[in-house]
Design a binder for this molecule. Sequence first.
Ligand code: FBP
Length: 334
Amino acid sequence: MTPNADPTRTEHRLITVQQHILQEQKRFPGASGEFSWLLSGITLAAKMIQAKVRRAGLSDILGTDGETNVQGEIQQKLDVSANEVLAHCLSVRESIGVLASEENEQPIMVHNNSPAAKYAVVFDPLDGSSNIDVNVSVGTTFSILRRPDEAHLDDHESWLLQPGRKQIAAGYVVYGSSTILVYSVGNGVHGFTLDPAVGAFVLSHPNMRMPDQGKYYSVNEAYCDEFPPRYGEYIDRLRHGTLGHKYGSRYIGSMVADFHRTLLKGGVFLYPPTTDQPDGKLRLLYEAEPRCVSRRTSRWNRARWNASSAGCRANQHSPTNAAGRGESSRTRRF
Ligand code: FBP
């Protein structure tokens, strides 16, 4: 910057996600920097995945990979590639003991035998896979847990299967008209847009707050006849304005994108139980709980109530029980 440059001018005031993470770190006296280094693994992976998404039509990365994942879904090539990128960028972080990916049958034990390892990272490398080939927004979700003091280093369940309120950070990335990364470490929810010119995530949505009143409800209405009656009745009330406001409908079919719109514009996103998915379709660990952090942190007082009701429902399908049954726990999402 030249001596008489004005540091307050916009382009000199941009805040990158790395700067923001380091600012957050200052709130924890004695912080070692390991957590910030961990988060930088996620931001790096997000940049690498977005580069693949942006070029998807030009490189042989569209279509299925032919393999079936633990959820019983045919894996998309981009699912597999995004999974490898995240596993690589995170496994070089010494502070991570365990990684759990929605695409993997078993958690990946990384540095779990090292005393420095105290975090577990849970992620859905590419959410909204059914939208990849049609150029509709997809996303990545992540959540970070601290190893419980009483947990055995090699007992991955105790690292991972903790109540949602134990998450110490969570967030998501939307690969849409622009690439936006949203995260929270419990001190507000902040959004960063990737500036291709700078190659960095730049603060664009500080302290995101969900509006009190939204315009849209978001649900796959094709399953309406399969939902338990109270969900159909609720959607009717939203549609007819008997809850004091007439709602329109928006549904992308990529939960991260539908959630992001709901966080910005308000409204309701729901994935009730269906005949095929009596426990709901969305995965508690990979999809629902990380969203709770952003939702709760962006609407503190009211959210306590909401989160707890959602949490109550979720607990019926607590990850521990599901793990005991060898399933990945699903939940009805509201
Ligand atoms: P994955 O793509 O990670 O498997 O996620 C599931 C998902 O695509 C959500 O993103 C989305 O909300 C939901 O499934 C869409 O389901 P449906 O096609 O049944 O409406």
